[in-house]
Design a protein around this ligand. Structure first.
Ligand SMILES: Cc1cc2nc3c(=O)[nH]c(=O)nc-3n(C[C@H](O)[C@H](O)[C@H](O)COP(=O)(O)O)c2cc1C
Length: 359
């Protein structure tokens, strides 16, 4: 057996672990507290079974869709994740270029190791900016204005992190950024460095800087402050999703931040149908958390998601092979989704429905 073949996301995870320093791997991989939600996100998709249809005469598959009206080649999008230079020297630029080649959406985190102007200049379209709300409103305003000027086409407001969930791996490792790496978008605003503290430097940074009393008034403020559509990321309930849409969100992401915030929050596959039911008539709905196979993507679409976001898999690709590695990971998921559609009897995304999850 050739053990160095990288056939799937699990292979990339192992290969990335072998290359990364322990503290960086733990930062990427870890979840909050007992990591219950982290595990359940992946287990949840596995638990769902596919009642495939036969003799459906599927010749070719069409994976294309749109997100907020912008075309993407498949319903698999790149989630915003922080600190890509822990994975490879080209960092976020490599990720953005991989997404561009794959023809899909790239979402840049506020907490990138490369300034948004440099990243968006190399990114394709669509490209969106993920926003954390700082206590200092002027900092937040400046981030939004710079994102608009740099070519972002939507603002993704992350609402599940008014504080940082305790990631015990990072606390034990006293996680911090290596010398030379910074929170580049915030460096000109004097917030570019993680504090030197015992325990997680990121947790201390969030405590010092993020607005902890985030409310619907902040969403209203954001919708008023930008000409770009606003996407609300991190909802776990139908009523919140509906309210977000009523307050101006054009889309919501069903997400628990990859199990990194509130531990024992439900798996996203369990939440998704409720959110679709409550808000599907008002806004687009995406989901993320634990997507590791193309069949997981198909299940999310069957539950009503327009598209999924993937976080860690892209990071593992970056660790293993930079831009090319990140692209390979996206192509593996594309191939697997295509195969799952063929074997389920679906020739386009619109053919995928709830009927696939029961006999
Ligand atoms: C290392 C890491 C960093 C992350 N950083 C951010 C971030 O800066 N902003 C954000 O909204 N979400 C962040 N997330 C959450 C992701 O956007 C996404 O919700 C999650 O990774 C999806 O789960 P998955 O990794 O199982 O695909 C991060 C996730 C990871 C793993």
């Amino acid at each position: 057996m050739k053990s160095d073949l990288l056939l799937n996301i699990a292979d990339y995870t192992r290969a990335a672990q072998a290359r990364l320093a322990q503290d960086a791997f733990d930062y990427y991989e870890g979840g909050a507290q007992d990591e219950v939600t982290l595990r359940e996100n992946t287990d949840g998709w596995t638990r769902l079974k596919l009642y495939y249809r036969v003799l459906a005469g599927v010749a070719t598959r069409d994976l294309r869709t749109t997100v907020l009206g912008q075309p993407v080649s498949m319903p698999i999008l790149v989630a915003p994740t922080a600190f890509h230079k822990l994975a490879c020297p080209a960092g976020e630029i490599a990720t953005a270029r991989a997404a561009k080649t794959a023809g899909t959406l790239f979402i840049l985190s506020s907490l990138s190791n490369t300034a948004m102007e440099l990243v968006f200049a190399q990114a394709g379209t669509p490209r969106w900016f993920q926003l954390y709300v700082y206590k200092d409103r002027e900092i937040t305003r400046e981030l939004v204005q710079r994102a608009e000027a740099a070519g972002a086409e939507a603002i993704v407001l992350t609402v599940d992190a008014p504080g940082l969930g305790t990631r015990e791996r990072d606390a034990r490792n006293s996680f911090r950024l290596p010398d030379g790496l910074a929170v580049e978008n915030l460096a000109p605003l004097g917030k570019g460095n993680l504090p030197e503290v015992q325990g997680s430097g990121l947790a201390a940074y969030v405590r010092a800087n993020f607005k902890s009393d985030l409310g619907f008034d902040d969403l209203d403020w954001l919708c008023r402050s930008t000409r770009l559509p606003v996407v609300v990321k991190g909802v776990c309930r139908g009523d919140d999703a509906r309210r977000a849409a009523e307050h101006g969100a054009k889309a919501v992401v069903v997400s628990n931040h990859g199990g990194r915030q509130l531990d024992t929050a439900p798996a996203t596959c369990d939440v998704l149908p409720h959110v679709v039911e409550a808000a599907g008539d008002l806004c687009e709905i995406y989901a993320d958390g634990g997507i590791r196979r193309g069949s997981d993507v198909l299940k999310a679409v069957a539950l009503g998601a327009r598209a999924v976001l993937v976080g860690r898999p892209v990071l593992w690709g970056l660790c293993v092979g930079g831009e090319e590695g990140a692209l390979q990971v996206l192509e593996i998921l594309r191939r697997e989704l295509d195969e799952a559609m063929l074997l389920c009897g679906c020739s386009k995304l619109g053919d995928i429905g709830g009927w696939l999850l029961r006999a």
